[in-house]
Design a binder for this molecule. Sequence first.
Ligand code: GLY
Length: 565
Amino acid sequence: MTKHTIFLLASCFLIAISCKNQEAIQVYETQKLIEVDSMAVVTAHPEASKIGLEILEQGGNAVDAAIATNFALAVCYPIAGNIGGGGFMIYRDSSGQVSALDFREKAPRRAFQDMYLDSDMNIVKDASTLGALAAGVPGTVAGMEAAFLKGSRLKDWTKLLQPAIDLAENGFKLTSRQAKNLNNNQRKFRKANMNTSDFISRKSFKAGQLFTQKDLANTLRLIQSNGADGFYKGLVAEDIIECMELQGGIITAEDLENYTAKWRDPIAFDYKEYRVFSMSPPSSGGIVLAQLLNGIEPYPISDWGFQDPRSIHLMVEAEKRAFADRSVHLGDPDFYTVPVDTLISKDYTLKRMETYDPDKASLIDSISTSTLESEETTHFSIIDQWGGAVSVTTTLNTAFGSKVVVDGAGFILNNEMDDFSSKVGEPNFYGLVGAEANKIEAEKRMLSSMTPTIVEKDGKLFMIVGTPGGSTIITSVLQTIVNVIEFDLDLVDAVHNCRFHHQWKPEFVFLEDGCLPNDTRKALSALGHKLKSRSSIGRVEAIMIDENGISAVADNRGDDDARGK
Ligand code: GLY
């Protein structure tokens, strides 16, 4: 491969629009595939990718770039990028040491099990998704500080914050998707806030419009000067508390002061000659991914082929069983003993797959939960010039989280409390059901599906992958990995091809609109699967390293962009 050569997929993808009464405006050029030798960043927004790459070029490592990228996404991708939310990081340093960082939100101290139920024990509509009561204690800023202390090469926090501050102060141009998303959420923003903010406008937001966030720039400056204390204490904390008091939330100063991010052991398991590292509880991602790969490993799926009904049937059946387990066994390990070793063992999955019938879809109610007892998140993948790798997934939960903008501080609070099981057996926003393990408890972290993942082949770094998409995160990561290592697809095809998803309940195999030829659909229906079309699934950002160098692919389902050199 020619050094520093960038191959654009076909040609540059132009983020262009054709809105009513507007001429098409080309806002950014994005790269969907790059092939490079030294370093790469793939994110959901070109401004964030650009900032991440600049930090790498200035001698920063993957952790430095991740911190700058994460703060940049909080500015230029406010639908999911955040300082008012949380997330997870898998970090493999250049010596091959892998660690997992948990900066998931926590339930406030005043939270309790039935807090979203009315006196008849029915779920109060929107209570866990819209408004201040839906917010968990944010974890992102503490997470970035923890990553900085452990892994930064530049050791210059000020420098890592500056690009995001400039972006907030000077503004960036909205893409058509962003303008549309903001316009579509105006009613909810108004309902969730007593004051106006940068996210509320009397006129429609337009593609190409400069979007500045002066309050957010000031908040980022406080974080720049004071580290995490600039968020969890002082003026920003006071703004959050005031917002809670005015708008019916329950986060207190004590909740903010007590928040800490945690380093945890990643979920690590082997799949054939590959070693996979992914997120441990309180995310379900790593465990469910292990169960899915363990479930398909004994079968000749590569002989069956990509999108063959036999391959899809097998994956769907593994998904039903793993998601059934998720609903019962997974929760915050600080509150509930998660049987990690059992769940990720090959023997356990083999037993679960004993009822797998190659000729017939199992009915979801026949899959017992074993007795061992707008999907808006964002992912980015980074590799640095020393082979250090970071895989980060972060979120406010649904689009723009709780829609609450902290007055004076300019950032949006998450609605992550909806990821708890508000009532046993009742589906949350993603249709996921849960029970005791994931019930609401004070200071507990809510269960997640985020699956930032790093794969090694023969002991060497091979893939960095992850995606947004709520419950579909895990199955999208699975398909991307399997597409590469079993179906031999190149990374672009592995990421850009259509996806399917099953999560035990509801009963459907969800397919992206237009996904799969009619014959394949018919074959799946004949096996007894109920198929349901839906909008796009996931936005995978993936990097692959092989003997030819580094390939980085941004999903073509959004404004996502890959940069490197
Ligand atoms: N809020 C989505 C997740 O954490 O899975």
